[in-house]
Design a protein around this ligand. Structure first.
Ligand SMILES: [Zn+2]
Length: 255
């Protein structure tokens, strides 16, 4: 199990555009510092507020626009974004400084994020117990779609509870596989944000890897977390799992 020291002093200085309505630091592009890479308006930079002691935090700003998000992106933009993110994630994983690098996205007030502007994050840990990050059973469940070797399933054994959409593909990814992965991420997020039964304003995306063999992605709509999970680790599985899978198929894979 992992426990990481969180620097509460740095944490208190963090801007919060979601809850406190403060000015968005990612719109103020002239004052961004420690930029590592930039491509078509997508920027990777060091996180100014490195709250995780001993780790290196990075921010991936998805573009210039603040009031937009993945479901609205044109396909080409979504493809470029995911290719850029995966490329830099792999680079950090292989740079020799980190035992593990996590790659994820928070969006919306219940996601754990503090900035509205669409962005993702990478964190490099020099030391981390990688065996406790995930187990294969979290990614099993009825198949929704498969294309170019990328599969989409809905979790029958969710890691926290309720809804989790999983994507998987073998590494290394060919260009068309990266594009399919990006399309499937966009479909998952769009489903939760616009078609899902319970009104959803927040979600997370988590990227995982099984060595250099396989990439796994989990998309999770976020609500207040179940007290049975917080208190007892009891996970819920929705009884209409199969119906939701069918609904995603009907909405997104009509042809
Ligand atoms: Zn902004």
């Amino acid at each position: 199990m992992n426990i990481i020291d969180f620097d509460t002093h740095i944490g208190q200085q963090k801007p919060n555009s979601l809850l406190r309505g403060e000015a968005c630091p990612f719109c103020d592009r002239e004052h961004l510092t420690d930029i590592i890479a930039e491509e078509d308006g997508i920027i990777l930079l060091k996180n100014k507020y490195n709250v995780m002691v001993g780790a290196d935090q990075f921010v991936l700003i998805e573009g210039r626009e603040c009031q937009t998000d993945m479901p609205d992106y044109p396909k080409e933009k979504m493809h470029r974004l995911i290719a850029f993110g995966l490329q830099h994630w792999q680079k950090l994983l292989h740079c020799g400084r980190y035992e593990e690098v996590i790659f994820f996205k928070n969006f919306g007030p219940l996601s754990g994020g503090t900035i509205r502007h669409p962005h993702m994050q990478l964190v490099g840990f020099p030391k981390l117990d990688t065996t406790s990050l995930w187990v294969p059973e979290f990614f099993t469940g009825p198949r929704i779609a498969e294309k170019n070797g990328v599969t989409m399933t809905v979790s029958q054994n969710p890691r926290v509870g309720f809804w989790e959409i999983n994507l998987q593909a073998d590494l290394p990814l060919r260009n068309e596989q990266t594009d399919t992965l990006a399309d499937f991420i966009q479909i998952s997020v769009d489903y939760f944000m616009h078609h899902f039964g319970r009104k959803c304003q927040s979600y997370n995306i988590f990227f995982y890897h099984e060595g250099d063999r396989r990439i796994l992605v989990k998309t999770v709509p976020r609500y207040a977390t179940s007290p049975l999970y917080i208190g007892y680790g009891i996970r819920f599985r929705p009884t209409n799992l199969f119906e939701a899978g069918e609904e995603i198929k009907r909405l997104s894979f009509k042809k």
